[in-house]
Write a protein that binds this ligand. Structure first.
Ligand code: X2X
Length: 339
């Protein structure tokens, strides 16, 4: 009896000691970076992740959201480097913004690779997604879950677009890797790289004519109010979001808290994908109705019209498939064909 009590007490001591050593290393606040704020599903995913982490760790881990990629002065293509350097502790980042540093993430930006939502899921939820997470681990971040920004549709302030010829000479805002410059150049437009922070004033002043973003972003950012009156649904690329933690920060947490942060990311990710598709996917087209009601001309491409865009961008696809890695692209194409 005595012996058992002693054992139990000493075990408790060890656990307490380990717990407090870890507790000492915990910071009062961890910084979570996102591009979009809480008016958007993306920023809401950040809020939700923070809330779930607080709940699941009984307040041991407190996350503060820094939207607008404010920890890197709004320059979203520097976010990945800042996570590795520890300027950012956690992030929910778009594959587009991290592709300048992680070339394999350009996969999702290959024009017309993913025809539908099932194709996105076939990649993120399958072998391709696991392989991409391994690549991120080698780049010293801890990837935990997938979310979604969405299929990126094109808008402009000039006229309806149904053929590549309609885009001729358009000054077009893009972001991410040079893959986007090449895609829009192949379509006859005049692309220019700029951050989301710079894009909105550029659209408002007419410095650029067009942009591409998911419909949910188009609506929440009120892009029709900055002259974006013509929208073409072409589903050319989609950008998933990835929930990650800086490696040292991750290592400073107890295994139980790591698991709590992972489960919170998975849950926030699932909810985020659902929200990103609401009113857009399947038979639910409430978002599209709202866009049309705001006076925007919506062009839906026929299969033949879409083919013309596929054909015009195919050389860019082939060139970038080599940069991304022929094996990975093949694996992705196979997963999509089998979906
Ligand atoms: O800048 C964009 O277009 C946005 C908000 O969609 C991304 O961060 C990729």
């Amino acid at each position: 009896m005595l012996r058992r009590t002693f054992l139990a007490a000493s075990t408790a001591c060890v656990v307490l000691a380990a717990g407090s050593a870890w507790a000492d290393a915990y910071r009062a606040e961890y910084r979570l970076s996102t591009v979009l704020g809480t008016a958007f599903a993306w920023g809401q995913a950040g809020e939700r992740w923070a809330e779930l982490v607080k709940e699941k760790t009984q307040g041991r881990i407190n996350i503060k959201l820094y939207p607008g990629t404010s920890l890197v002065g709004g320059d979203q293509t520097r976010e990945f480097t800042a996570i590795r350097q520890g300027v950012i502790d956690l992030a929910i980042g778009s594959t587009i913004n991290w592709s300048p540093q992680v070339k394999e993430l350009n996969l999702f930006s290959l024009p017309f690779l993913m025809p539908d939502y099932k194709a996105i899921d076939a990649l993120t939820q399958g072998e391709v997604g696991r392989q991409l997470f391994k690549i991120l681990e080698q780049r010293e971040v801890v990837p935990l879950a997938w979310g979604e920004n969405g299929f990126r549709e094109m808008s402009n302030s000039k006229h309806a677009v149904a053929t590549p010829a309609d885009m001729k000479g358009f000054k077009f805002r893009v972001v991410g890797s040079p893959l986007y410059n090449e895609t829009f150049t192949a379509l006859g437009a005049n692309p220019t790289q700029m951050s989301w922070a710079d894009a909105q004033p550029a659209l408002a002043t007419g410095a650029v004519d067009g942009q591409e973003n998911p419909l949910s972003v188009f609506v929440a950012a009120k892009l029709p109010t900055v002259g974006q009156k013509y929208l073409t649904l072409w589903h050319y690329v989609a950008d998933p979001l990835i929930f990650v933690v800086n490696k040292e920060v991750w290592a400073s947490w107890t295994p139980a808290d790591q698991e709590a942060v992972r489960q919170a990311a998975l849950q926030a990710g699932r909810e985020n994908v659902e929200k990103a598709r609401k009113g857009i996917a399947g038979s639910d087209n409430a978002v599209l109705k709202q866009i049309e009601a705001s006076g925007v001309t919506v062009t839906t491409l026929t299969p033949e019209q879409r083919d013309a865009f596929v054909k015009a961008t195919r050389p860019v696809y082939d060139k970038w498939a080599k940069t991304i890695g022929a094996d990975l692209v093949k694996k992705a194409e196979t997963a999509i064909a089998k979906r």
